[in-house]
Design a protein around this ligand. Structure first.
Ligand code: SF4
Length: 108
């Protein structure tokens, strides 16, 4: 699996057929009326992704889709850090500045 993705359900389209939960119980649960609820996390591995794709393909309402998960602040790397700044502390010098460098975020 190259790019992390999440399975999402369009609640306005979901008709409560329940097929998705049978195809991919790792990510989909049904509420008491049979409408789908999807795990908000990323699809954990290729095996679950294949099952999720089958669930999406089987959905009669075409209510399931995938969204790519963009790299987020986990990519932020502290390049200089010190103790927390205190009132009146210099803006430069040891302990005064914490800068982060965003690696790989395309912006947007
Ligand atoms: S198969 Fe589609 S319509 Fe049925 S519960 Fe799942 S998401 Fe909703």
């Amino acid at each position: 699996m190259s790019e992390p993705v999440r399975l999402v359900v369009d609640a306005a389209r979901c008709d409560g057929h329940g097929i998705c939960a049978l195809r991919c119980p790792e990510l989909v649960t049904l509420d008491e009326w049979g409408y789908a609820g999807v795990d908000p996390g990323t699809v954990p591995d290729g095996r679950v992704l294949r099952r999720a794709r089958r669930a999406a393909a089987a959905c009669p309402a075409q209510a399931l889709s995938f969204v790519a998960v963009r790299p987020a602040p986990a990519d932020l790397r502290v390049i200089r850090a010190g103790p927390p700044p205190t009132a009146g502390a210099p803006r430069n010098g040891p302990g005064a500045v914490v800068r982060v460098h965003n690696q790989g975020h395309a912006g947007g």
